[in-house]
Write a protein of this length. Structure first.
Length: 225
């Protein structure tokens, strides 16, 4: 096994372990997501007819907010204990470090949220026929959330109130996947083809995946200088 591949494997295992175990792992995000999607129907009076037109939008807003919960510690903990300096001088480029961290974030938070999304959809009154599409769209959107969120975490490195800065940077960038994801479910619920909206959601995720590592690595270098 080449040194680069060995370093990549070790880093991936480390990041996945930290992402899965740190701060409760996926339980905090999934619990927050479930609480939001349960509280909204209760606050709306439990009327399925009144909730149905906005159910997909509510679900995607809750998904976006839940994806943000663990972003603050994604790079900050490594900056505080000096691990980020070691990673910057290691065999892997910072772009690869960023990508590994973002993928680990998606595996530890995005995929569990995608598995929770069908249950949340039922809570919000969506049809059971939409559950496979709900999980698929949430998984694709979660990948975009992970890379865009990781970029926000990198930009907020070293800032006081980093969590607030991450929210300010990331929330506007989360608008397209929320619109596309909710649009796919809305189109399917109305008997239309959800593929166009799903294709736009996939394009957003691929764009975040391709651009995020370069922009994130530049932000990390700026924070270290």
């Amino acid at each position: 096994m080449s040194p680069l591949r060995t370093a990549l494997t070790v880093l991936f295992r480390r990041e996945l372990s930290l992402a899965w175990g740190g701060g409760g792992g996926p339980l905090l995000a999934c619990g927050f997501f479930a609480c939001l999607t349960v509280l909204v129907p209760l606050a709306a009076g439990g009327d399925p007819a009144g909730l149905k037109p906005v159910a997909s939008a509510i679900g995607w807003v809750a998904l976006a907010l839940a994806s943000m919960l663990s972003l603050e510690r994604l790079f900050e903990r490594d900056l505080d204990d000096g691990a980020l300096d070691l990673l910057a001088t290691g065999p892997l480029p910072l772009e690869a470090v960023f990508a590994v961290k973002a993928v680990s974030q998606w595996l530890a938070t995005g995929l569990p949220l995608a598995l929770t999304a069908p249950v949340a959809a039922l809570t919000l009154g969506l049809s059971p026929d939409l559950l496979p599409l709900t999980a698929l769209a949430a998984a694709i959107g979660g990948l975009g959330f992970a890379f865009t969120g990781a970029l926000g975490a990198a930009l907020a490195l070293g800032a006081r109130r980093g969590g607030l800065l991450i929210a300010i940077v990331v929330l506007p960038l989360f608008i397209p996947p929320v619109v596309f994801g909710a649009g796919a479910l809305e189109r399917a619920a109305n008997g239309m083809d959800p593929i166009p909206a799903l294709a736009l959601l996939t394009a957003y995720a691929l764009f975040a995946l391709s651009l995020g590592p370069f922009a994130g690595a530049a932000a990390i270098r700026n924070a270290q200088s």
